[in-house]
Design a binder for this molecule. Structure first.
Ligand code: FE2
Length: 139
């Protein structure tokens, strides 16, 4: 089994989590108006969730004997103080994350590590819940 391909994909996911931490922390700081009352907390807890995901993915890479990246994904984080735009960018980010974890799960089906599969699946489900949550917020 090719460990390197899996490690590359996990590092790619990690880069997106590192980006998500910054995106959500940024929007949490900037969200204005009455929406700030709930969205600042929401974005802040999404940032915390991303830290948790990043920790799990990082540990998985270490366990596989890989070299962990320290740079975030370079996709631009667009500054805005409009909460609808923030939610749209959050939606794109969550959607992307769920696609990445889905691909990793496909890869892990050929890999004999139930614990790793389970931990990535948990993250994948969390991303799906976030996609649905943001979708509802935007409706
Ligand atoms: Fe995540």
């Amino acid at each position: 089994m090719n460990n390197n391909k899996l490690i590359d994909k996990l590092n790619y996911a990690l880069g997106w989590e590192l980006r998500a931490i910054i995106l959500y922390s940024h929007y949490s700081a900037y969200v204005k108006g009455i929406q700030r009352l709930h969205l600042s907390t929401h974005f802040s807890s999404e940032a915390t969730e991303s830290i948790g995901h990043a920790n799990i993915v990082r540990s998985a890479i270490v366990k596989l004997g890989g070299k962990v990246i320290t740079d975030r994904n370079s996709q631009e984080i667009i500054h805005t103080s409009e909460y609808v735009e923030m939610l749209k960018f959050a939606f794109d980010t969550e959607k992307k994350a769920s696609e990445i974890y889905n691909e990793i799960l496909e890869e892990l089906k050929n890999f004999n590590d139930d614990e790793l599969y389970d931990s990535i699946e948990n993250i994948y489900f969390a991303e799906l819940r976030s996609v649905e949550e943001v979708r509802m917020l935007l409706n």
